[in-house]
Design a protein around this ligand. Sequence first.
Ligand code: GAP
Length: 565
Amino acid sequence: MDMEKIVSLCKRRGFIFQSSEIYGGLNGFWDYGPLGVELKRNVKEAWWRDMVAGHNELIVPAGAPSTYQMVGLDCSIIMHPQVWKCSGHYDLFHDFMQTCRQCKKLFRADHVTPMLKESAWALAWLEACTSPGASPEQVTFDSNAAFDWARKKGKKLAPGLALVRNPQGTLAALAEDLPSLQSSGITSDVLLRYAATEQKSVTGLQTPCPACGGDLTEPREFNLMFETYTGALQSDENKAFLRPETAQGIFVNYKNVLDSTRVKVPFGICQVGKSFRNEITPRNYTFRSREFEQMELEFFCHPSTSPAWYQYWRDRRFRWYLDHGLSKERLQLREHEAAELAHYSCGTADIEYAFPFCAPGEFGELEGVAHRADFDLRSHQEGKLVKDGNNLVVETGPDGKPKHRGSGKDLNYFDEQSRERFVPHVIEPSAGADRATLAFLCEAYYEDTAPDENGKPADRVVLRFHPRLAPIKAAIFPLVKKEGMPEVAQQLYGELKREFNVFYDDGGAVGRRYRRQDEVGTPYCITVDGQTLQDQTVTIRDRDTLKQDRIHLKEVSSLLREKLR
Ligand code: GAP
């Protein structure tokens, strides 16, 4: 897997474009092209079918503690601001950011060190003035080379770096400490920090800006919610937020769903939709964007059964990714350590994928499955909660009143059979549609050899999507544009088009047509040839095995239906 090749294919074949590209693009925003929109719709549809539309509430699914019901919702993106105050997002949904005093760029504080490892100027500087020793902790530093680099290449590559702005002063401070550093073993990280520090006695060691080498400010808090205003006046009373997650729309509609349907605990409410986070450093293609889609389930159950439901959803969601083509070598289920858990949670697991941009041994989060207990429903009932010992209590302000008042609505559930009244516990599997789409794209990318139009082995790029996710399900070709073949092929195309996203192509040698479809992941190519005119059979070629079978025209749609189930 090579991320650059995947990104280039995605642009070339119309999967993903940079948003507003003709104006230079907008960082953290992406557009899905004609094939990308089909792929992402298929990912969301596969999730919805698996979770809601295809769920059979009459049987106990394998591994589930009991039967359960599932329904869906589609909530507004802008909600009452109190929703975000009670949920905790208003006070707590922040990252720490650092700004470069020289180039003014912003960085998420926890991204600075990994970004420095990839930074062009930092790599060039280390290459110019260090030689590796026995281990990364034993590099040898050459002050003369560092001085030369600062006076020449550094001016262009890292104009903000202290060493470039003031080579003598910065190196003098380093020279003082160098003997003791070298005797105890010196790392490239430490050297970079010295290169960024003019006055160690005043500022301590500085961490350089990954972009220009300049000084970074201390980490400061930054709320990730996008703000907007409802109505004509831009006043504090009209301030609203673009939702940073779809989950809260489900919690605030929980009672509406109970009152308007016949669902009974245990049951789940699903939602797929846009979320917005003003990420400080959007990065890694669509992986961390500022506008993205989530696929979330809030599953409401009796507190006594919640640990069993947590296990069930964790395992079931992990299996979904495997069933749709992610390899088990690149997928992992990581149970959070107790210290990592939110204070109200008795379990959280991340489903993670080894994306090509992750360092060896590292993974990126696809989905979080969290046991959220009664935290969310109680927050919207009573007001924003905080931990007090082992309990959750309403947070109060200096006046002793609730800091963020809840709705006051009774969100208890009354079980008619047991006559018990309780606030259900919640299990939340929360997946990103864009991250899942990206993982399926990365996993699908292969380079191999296959016979070309002359039967000779030739390199090919192929996207091996699961047929259910493939943007185009089948391509229909007449072998040649004459002898009645186009007419038969067009008729077949018209019939299939009613049910499947199929593609008609009569341009160029058939081998080249196969290649074009392989590159966008079309699992089947159906060719109408001379024999079709005699016996009504066509060839159907499998993208992965390259095997060609002859089947009757009448069997094509049922075969496709079977393969896509
Ligand atoms: N309601 C829980 C929640 O929102 P989260 O871990 O913050 O939890 C859930 O987000 C999923 O949403 C993540 O696992 C990821 O797939 C996706 N996601 C979160 N932030 C994202 C971003 N900036 N860009 C793309 N996807 C994102």
